[in-house]
Structures are given as structure tokens and as C-alpha cells.
Write a protein that binds this ligand. Sequence first.
Ligand code: AMP
Length: 321
Amino acid sequence: MKKILLSGVKPTGKAHIGNYFGAMRQFADRQDEYRQFIFIANYHALTSVSDGALLQKLTLDLAMDYLAIGIDSKKTTLFLQSDVPEVTELAWVFNTLTTVPYLSRAHAFKDAEAKNKEVNVGLFDYPILMAADILIYSADVVPVGLDQKQHIEIARDTAQKFNRVFGDTFKIPEPMILENVKTVPGTDGRKMSKSYGNTIPLFGTNEEIKKAVMSIPTDSKGVEDPKDPKECKVFAMHELFPGDELEALRARYLAGGIGYKESKDLLVAKIINFITPMRTRREEIAQNPEAVLKILKEGGEVARAEAQKKVQEVREKVGLI
Ligand code: AMP
């Protein structure tokens, strides 16, 4: 029996290369090794998108992105979170076991509060819905970026608490975080994030990619000055593409003789080179949205059948029969 891998992405904006290198790439790379459930977290997206037509568009876009990066619907169950309403039932049961002080310690909630944002109950409860997503399919591993690590810990705590109170029911999942891409930097050096406006879109045009890279701030060192690669936000992005070329570039930085303009030009070329085949595939996929919807529908049926079994077990254990 293959181990189970599960992950999801919120359809809240264009997928960016931080999503790709930090998480999505692993979904395509691991599908022979694991039994995979990959979903579009549209219930989660409702915590920040309040425009039905927009959410529909972003959802279909993300489904096309998943297929374009190489997710094969014959190997991976690809589906919409909302096609499995049982996750909201399970989240409710988990809510009744979770305390307010415990969830108040979640980073996403604390950050929103610190910025004086109005926090909706859905955002506060986000980690519990995520716990339900993970635990309902008995996932063994969850590939995510570092920003989601705490949420996996919350899923683990929730499973352990349920098991303690009602008897052994849920498998304890493990995060799968790739060390070298756990936090992909954005054009301003902070974590690349849709909410910071510092992203490079995964399927951006050449012009968009160029514009984003050229906007990366650098210091005032001249071409001949030696430069510390660790201090350079452009170099930090080069590190997404490890190999001999990267090491040669590192040596040139340290020796002096490369200017930031040249480094940026090289980076633009690398990103475009990397993205082009996926972008071409995505254009083909976008020709036939009906086929994409069919994949989602069929995936939803498979996922729901799994989820229903688990929720039935929960209903019996907690006494909802
Ligand atoms: P989200 O867009 O928040 O739904 O994130 C989708 C996935 O991408 C999650 O697994 C995140 O942890 C991951 N992710 C988002 N931004 C980054 C980043 N800058 N570096 C690494 N992983 C990221």
C-alpha cells in the first residue's frame, strides 16, 4: 500500500514561483511514489475573497495550473475542497475539542491581529478546517512551505486530542518541507506572498517576469566590487536553480566582475527558460475548460467517497447516530 500524500493551494490569486518551488512542484514529482490527494482550497479562500465570479475564475485557473505543472489526473486525485462538504462537518467536530486560547496562538491569526486587520471567524478557524482536510483522508505526509508548518502541528495536535478522547481514529501526519526552498524570497527579499505584492507569477509573461526581476532592490556596489551572495536578493532567487551554473555565479560574485544588471538578466533568462514549457502546456489546457471541470468532478467523487467513510466513523464515535 502506498503512503498517502495530501496538499492544497488557496485560489486567492495567481500562483507564483514561491508556491511552485515551495510546494506544488513536489505534487508533480511525488505522484508515482504516493497515493495523492491534491485539492483547491476554495472554502479557505472564502476567508479573503468575497466575489463569487472571481472565486470561480481563480479556481479554474488554479486547476489549469496544477495540470500544467504535470499533475496527472490518472495518478492523482485532483479535486475541489467544496466537493467534499464532509470536511466542514469534521471541522465542526474538531472545533468542539479546540480551545480559543490554543487557536489564538496561530501565526496567521496573530499576524492579522498585529496589523489591526478585521479577523473573520473563518480566518481564526482556518487551521481547524485544514486539520479536517488532512485528517479526513488519513494523510501520511503534507508537502508545504515553512509558513504552513504550524498548521500541520495543529492538525497533529487535533488528531492526538481526538484519539485520546474518542479512541484511535486518526493517523498523525508529517509535514514535508524541502530545506532549500522552505521560504522562497519575493522581489523585496521578504517571503514571496500574494499579500505582499512581491511575487513572480508562475505563468507570467516574459515582460511580467522581467519587470518583477528588474524591481529587485540591490546595493550600490559597482561591477568590479566583490559581492557577498548571501546579502543579494537577486542571488537568493538564483538559488532556486542549483547546479554548476549557480556555483560559477557564486564565484563571480565573490571575486567581483559581475554587476547586478547582468545577474538580473541571467535570472530572467533562467526563469523564462524554466517556465516556458509549462506555460505552453497551460495554454493548451486552457483551450478545453470542460475537460478540466470533468477531472475536478471525477476527483471530487473519489475524494468524497474516502471522506464519507472517515466521517461515518467519527459520527459513530462521538455519538451523532
Ligand atoms: P497558499 O497560496 O497560501 O495557499 O500556499 C500554497 C502553498 O505554497 C503552501 O504549501 C505554502 O506553504 C506554499 N508557499 C507559499 N508561499 C511560499 C514561499 N514564499 N516559499 C515557499 N513556499 C510557499
